[in-house]
Design a protein around this ligand. Structure first.
Ligand SMILES: NC(=O)c1ccc[n+]([C@@H]2O[C@H](COP(=O)([O-])OP(=O)(O)OC[C@H]3O[C@@H](n4cnc5c(N)ncnc54)[C@H](OP(=O)(O)O)[C@@H]3O)[C@@H](O)[C@H]2O)c1
Length: 296
């Protein structure tokens, strides 16, 4: 196997592959020093910044470069004087499909995308693959290999239809980056209230942890509590007023989130349309016309 891109994921993947008995024989990267350092660490014979050093007997190439660099790397690899027909090539982007490797597919390689649903740094322990999911998509000749690879790394494959890859990545972005933005919003509200807490989020931690456990046990529909789920218009109006006075820039985010809470509450039968409507109207009225969420 060869790893292309000795960055955060390339390093952890190379370590995990070696640990699980997949021999990594070459590491190629933009920077020769980082390629050689990783090659040394995993016992690969080749560590280079020259694509021509890709050994002829490599049958699997995992491209772990930034998303925008994948097409150019694929084009450079496809130009190599070698027969790609017996090679499987994957990339690890969550946002791109196997189409990003099109030059290699045209040269005869079976291409796939292999996206571990986890966040890694170059220091992450290889066990970070344990129990996670890996989104696998691409050429039907390569996808079964990707699924097997995920399983051999200690993860579980999820087959992602090519046309759904962007929505798959959107869900990941909302789950991870959206959650971080939400925690930033919580911190800002606590700071604005002048509460005596060194770490604003520490105040909320038990609540956050219990909520996460409730979502895992009862699904979002069964876990929702609070004023929106009760159709408690007076409290929602008080929140909107506090935001308008102290943190008006957070009004659109609050309105969008509360809108989703009402939709969840209606879906789960907690609220009927008659109870939901006044809350949705209050959210709509609190925003300038262009920021209003729709009930959907
Ligand atoms: N990190 C994560 O948590 C994570 C999780 C899931 C998926 N992914 C995906 O994995 C891929 C890599 O992400 P990453 O976080 O590992 O990025 P990263 O830490 O920036 O590493 C990418 C490496 O690719 C090399 N590189 C950059 N441009 C290149 C080029 N034009 N040609 C050859 N090598 C090049 C660089 O190597 P040099 O050091 O040699 O310059 C860099 O170290 C991305 O598609 C990302 O979406 C990442």
């Amino acid at each position: 196997m060869a790893i292309v891109g000795a960055g955060a994921l390339g390093r952890v993947l190379a370590r995990r592959l070696t640990q699980q008995g997949y021999p990594v024989t070459a590491v190629l990267s933009r920077n020769r020093t980082s390629a050689r350092a990783l090659a040394r660490e995993v016992g690969a014979a080749v560590g280079s910044d020259d694509w021509n050093d890709l050994p002829f007997d490599v049958s699997v190439v995992m491209v772990c470069v930034p998303d925008d660099a994948i097409p150019a790397v694929a084009a450079s690899l496809a130009d190599l004087p070698r027969d790609w027909a017996s090679t499987v090539v994957g990339h690890t982007s969550g946002a791109r499909t196997a189409e990003a490797l099109a030059p290699l597919a045209r040269a005869g390689a079976a291409t796939f995308s292999f996206h571990p649903m986890q966040t890694f740094t170059s220091e992450s322990d290889p066990s970070a693959f344990d129990g996670i999911y890996v989104g696998v998509e691409g050429d039907p000749d390569a996808v079964p290999f990707g699924a097997q690879l995920a399983s051999d790394l200690g993860a579980q494959a999820v087959r992602v239809p090519t046309e759904a890859k962007t929505r798959y990545h959107l869900a990941a972005a909302v789950a991870s980056n959206g959650l971080v933005a939400l925690m930033g919003m919580v911190n800002e509200i606590i700071a604005s209230a002048g509460l005596d807490a060194d770490d604003g989020l520490a105040l909320m931690r038990p609540l956050i942890e219990r909520t996460q456990a409730n979502v895992a046990a009862h699904a979002p529909e069964g876990a929702l509590t609070g004023p929106a789920a009760r159709g408690d218009l007076g409290t929602v109006n008080a929140h909107l007023e506090a935001l308008a006075t102290h943190l008006p820039h957070l009004l659109p985010a609050y309105a969008a989130l509360t809108n989703e809470m009402v939709r969840l509450a209606v879906r789960s039968g907690r609220l009927d349309a008659g109870q939901a409507e006044p809350v949705l109207d209050a959210l709509h009225d609190a925003l300038p016309e262009s920021d209003s969420p729709s009930a959907g």
